[in-house]
Design a protein around this ligand. Structure first.
Ligand SMILES: [Zn+2]
Length: 329
């Protein structure tokens, strides 16, 4: 139903490299004469069979991304794709570790290039974008401090958020408090992945030790009623990615996914795609599936988009303008 493509959408959990359209990666590989055999299936999609294989494919596809200009083009390609699915506001996770390795001068060049890409995409497609710099949990707390320092020193313009991805099971949240406080003090909005692969304890550990207003995924919180109450009381917003969760076999299907249970309990939830081409999803598919399988209607989507805009890491003027798109129904 084209209605679900055209309806205005927000997305606040999207990894830049993980959103790279396969055609874009193939094009860049061709230009650079990089061999990517085995990365794509016969239909041209990313090929992987399990989580380890997914990480391998992801890493190989990322090999073509080197110079700031590559990342500028990637931002444009990803935002063009998002806009084609009705997304009017999006937040992209960027990884400074892979854009200069923590060197401030190099990172500034990458950030400037990616900002140019976002400005060009806004001019072409009307899509508004902000960036969330992320550390990689399994690279450890010392690297996270370096990464949050470069993020804090460049916190302006389109860079408005800080977060953490990577292996949830690695270390304790408290190891990363310094990095998160450093980012928060610079005015960046704060989120962190938790409660995806690991259970409710990982969400509690995050809330206890990191100054987050949002949690990436957090869906495992559903197993702990006390934690659900805490999420509601503390106004924590969950960046839920149903297609990603199902693709990685966290839940068998949408009917068994806790998104409705969390929402009905009063938790603030939103819907995003995480790494869409890898998980064979996009925002149109997410909305279509939520409508077809869980009966969500326009008013339900407007509600989650209002939640996302209220929780968005953007200035209030932008927030106010975009909130108008999700009124009615
Ligand atoms: Zn994610």
């Amino acid at each position: 139903m084209s209605e679900w493509r055209d309806i205005a959408k927000t997305e606040i959990h999207l990894h830049l490299e993980g959103a790279a359209p396969p055609d874009f990666i193939r094009q860049l590989a061709g230009e650079k004469k990089i061999d990517l055999s085995g990365v794509f299936d016969a239909a041209g999609n990313y090929k992987w069979v399990d989580f380890v294989d997914f990480l391998n494919t992801y890493e190989r596809a990322c090999e073509v991304l080197k110079a700031p200009e590559d990342f500028k083009r990637l931002v444009e390609a990803v935002l063009a794709e998002s806009a084609s699915h009705g997304v009017v506001y999006t937040e992209l996770f960027l990884a400074p570790d892979f854009c200069g390795g923590g060197d401030l001068i190099a990172w500034k060049e990458y950030l400037a290039a990616m900002s140019e890409g976002a400005i060009a995409a806004k001019a072409a497609f009307g899509i508004e974008a902000r960036f969330i710099a992320t550390c990689v949990r399994h690279l450890g707390a010392d690297q996270a401090k370096i990464t949050s320092k470069v993020a804090a020193e460049t916190a302006s313009g389109l860079l408005t958020g800080w977060g953490m991805g990577g292996d949830e099971a690695f270390g304790a949240a408290a190891d990363f408090t310094y990095a998160f406080e450093q980012a928060a003090e610079s005015g960046l909005g704060i989120t962190s992945h938790a409660g995806e692969v690991c259970g409710p304890d990982s969400v509690r550990d995050t809330l206890d030790n990191l100054p987050v207003s949002r949690i990436g995924h957090g869906v495992r919180s559903v197993d702990d009623p006390d934690l659900v109450r805490r999420l509601i009381e503390n106004d924590i917003v969950l960046e839920v990615n149903p297609g990603s969760n199902i693709s990685l076999s966290l839940f068998k299907n949408l009917k068994e996914h806790p998104i409705s249970a969390l929402r009905d309990a009063g938790v603030k939830i939103t819907v995003s795609t995480d790494d869409p081409p890898y998980f064979h999803t996009d925002m149109t598919a997410e909305y279509t599936n939520l409508h077809q399988e869980l009966g969500w209607e326009v008013k339900d989507f407007n509600a989650i988009n209002q939640t996302a805009m209220q929780a968005a890491f953007c200035d209030d003027a932008t927030r106010k303008t975009l909130l108008k798109k999700f009124e009615g129904a």
